[in-house]
Design a protein around this ligand. Structure first.
Ligand code: SAH
Length: 345
């Protein structure tokens, strides 16, 4: 049997060609695209300005990717919502909604599982299952928007998975997300976070998009980074920083560094000094995140004092720093925890 076409992953130009292949007039593409990306329907039957024959044809040849809300946890502290979505093949993924004064931000997954092996991360414990399609990425945002009945203004690709390990689908997703015929979210309101896959970071830079690149740095020396992140075996720390500089040169966008503070591992004064040296002169921002402990590992958060003095040391060197507010502390906060619990771990 021929595999069905995922039309929700197509941009308007591709959909036009596809409609012609189906023997339809190309203007139908715009109508179908509107149903998929503006009205966000979950079945072809709901596309009421199409003929019965076309709906039948779509049902026969295409799938309409629409994620099923399997569970949602709502934080009593800050209203953060953690969603578990069921995919058509039975896999589940997590997404998170965070409410800020400046708007609603959604954190999406880019893969089912992950093969990067970061030591402190729950998402990677069972390895990679597969990359998500562009439609599966964007539908996380559509479903959450519908669920809360409010506009989503910011998107971060910081959930489960390594977006640069699913690069083509990521680019397609960005195209759909920012398209004026869809949610029309500005590139500046999108952040993509990577563990540091250098060739893809450079390729992204050359696309000259206005999205924010976040690098998961987590250490200030190659030796320490290797202890936490196996990807450092492949891309040495200076090479990764160089790719960040290149991203800024190409796009003019300030790069963010994510630094999860782990007590006794990367939180000393010497670590802060070394970090300041490593990123000296860069137009950047550092996000300090006290590590979210997972039960499979023994990593613990530094106490408040240690976090403050780490921050202060960087600030003294003229570096922009924020300590990330922990959101949803009363729900399964850390990446991949909810999905693992669902799978019985
Ligand atoms: N693979 C991408 C995006 C997903 S991870 C990346 O590595 O950037 C999103 C962020 O959460 C990364 O900075 C990651 O290092 C961090 N992270 C994962 N598990 C964590 C934990 N238990 N505590 C704190 N940060 C964590």
């Amino acid at each position: 049997m021929k595999e069905k076409t995922d039309i929700k992953s197509m941009n308007l130009a591709e959909l036009k060609i596809y409609m012609e292949e189906l023997g339809e007039k190309s203007f139908r593409a715009r109508q179908v695209y509107q149903w998929l990306h503006e009205k966000q329907v979950s079945s072809f039957e709901e596309m009421t300005n199409l003929s019965k024959a076309l709906i039948e044809k779509l049902n026969q040849n295409c799938v309409l990717v629409s994620l099923k809300k399997e569970a949602v946890q709502i934080s009593k502290i800050d209203g953060t919502r953690k969603y578990l979505f069921l995919l058509a093949d039975g896999n589940v993924i997590e997404s998170v909604l965070m409410k800020y004064k400046h708007g609603n931000s959604v954190c999406i997954s880019s893969q089912v599982g992950c093969r990067m092996g970061c030591r402190f991360c729950a998402s990677t414990l069972d390895g990679l299952v597969r990359g998500l399609t562009p439609s599966e990425m964007i539908d996380q945002i559509y479903q959450i928007g519908k669920d809360i009945g409010e506009r989503i203004s910011n998107v971060v690709v910081m959930g489960t998975g390594e977006p640069m390990d699913n690069f083509d689908n990521l680019l397609k997703f960005i195209e759909l997300l920012t398209d004026e015929n869809g949610l029309h979210i500005s590139q500046r309101n999108l952040t993509v976070s990577t563990c540091g896959i250098v060739p893809k970071m450079r390729e992204l830079a050359e696309r000259k998009l206005q999205i924010t690149l976040a690098l998961s740095l987590h250490a200030s020396t190659q030796e320490k980074r290797l202890e936490l992140m196996p990807v450092a075996n492949k891309y040495e720390i200076h090479e990764v920083i160089e790719a960040c500089r290149y991203y800024f040169e190409q796009t003019g966008r300030r790069v963010s560094f994510e630094y999860s503070l782990v007590a006794g591992v990367n939180d000393t004064e010497a670590d802060a000094e070394q970090l300041a040296k490593l990123i000296r002169g860069m137009n950047c921002h550092v996000n300090l995140i006290p590590v979210n402990p997972i039960k499979e590992r023994s990593y613990v958060q530094p106490d408040r004092g240690a976090v403050w003095s780490f921050q202060e040391r960087l600030e003294k060197k003229g570096i922009n720093v924020t300590v990330r507010r922990e959101m949803g502390r009363d729900i399964d906060g850390a990446c991949g925890q909810l999905r693992r619990k669902y799978a019985g771990n």
